[in-house]
Design a protein around this ligand. Structure first.
Ligand SMILES: [Zn+2]
Length: 260
């Protein structure tokens, strides 16, 4: 945690070993300050009161720091259940929570956070996966590649496998479905997005090899961070492939929008 309560005030850790109270559960916390990790507070008992909390990295901290300090690490309480969680960023006026997510997270947790907060925006760090990610500037070419380079060989392989084990019925069925697949892809992604091709530079097809499929099932707004000066908002996830259609926004624009 970046903050704890010291002398009745929410503040950052300044010196290793100093004591504070957890902003969420009120128990004792101890400051950890050093060269390797960002200054932070930790529960003295090593217990974590917020089951959703993750180890804070430089990346988290640099995102939090972009927002006013009263927006950072805000304790949110469900009035019915009494359940409490610390939102990374909370803009009370807009009633929107921004969760800064670095480590992989389960679909159950994605869903429960989405249910817990009224309006939630995810910012997911994709820098660790950068080698597996390709941004196709031309969406249509990207989709074409997806269909013909990704799906076709996979489909042919599957048909061959089925024939090899004598399952001709299933092989034939898939062969017939192939046309359907293509028209489905064409209609849903290719044709549907053709208007994005024109002069717009800000739309991309994001291809993520070994994609974490759970991000296909979020109902909140989903943004990716690659460490450049943009955030990439998911407009559509291409569930049958490893990809998303994304629109990029300048980080400074995003930050100013949610700092008001
Ligand atoms: Zn606590």
């Amino acid at each position: 945690m970046k903050y704890a309560i010291v002398d009745g005030k929410k503040r950052e850790a300044q010196k290793s070993g100093e004591l504070g109270k957890c902003i969420c559960c009120g128990k004792d916390t101890i400051a950890h300050c050093g060269k390797i990790k960002v200054n932070h507070w930790k529960h003295k008992s090593l217990q974590v009161c917020d089951s959703w909390s993750e180890l804070e990295t430089e990346w988290h901290r640099s995102w939090k720091n972009q927002f006013p300090s009263n927006f950072q690490e805000v304790v949110m309480k469900d009035l019915d259940s009494g359940e409490k969680h610390i939102a990374d960023i909370y803009n009370a006026k807009q009633d929107v929570v921004i969760e800064i997510q670095n480590s992989p997270i389960t679909l159950e947790e994605i869903n429960s956070r989405e249910q817990y907060y009224n309006k939630l925006i995810w910012i997911v760090n994709l820098q660790p996966y950068i080698d597996n990610i390709k941004l196709h500037e031309n969406i249509l070419n990207g989709i074409y590649d997806a269909v013909y380079l990704f799906w076709q060989p996979n489909l042919n392989k599957r048909i061959k496998e089925l024939r090899n084990i004598g399952n001709y019925f299933e092989a034939e069925k898939i062969k017939n479905e192939e046309d359907e697949y293509y028209s489905y892809l064409y209609n849903k992604y290719y044709f549907h997005n053709s208007h994005l091709v024109s002069a717009e530079d800000d739309y991309f097809l994001l291809e993520w090899k070994y994609q974490h499929k759970r991000w296909n099932y979020t109902s909140a707004h989903l943004f990716f961070d690659f460490g450049d000066s943009y955030v990439y908002m998911v407009l559509e996830s291409i569930k049958i492939w490893n990809g998303f259609i994304v629109k990029r926004f300048k980080k400074e624009k995003f930050i100013s929008k949610y700092s008001k």
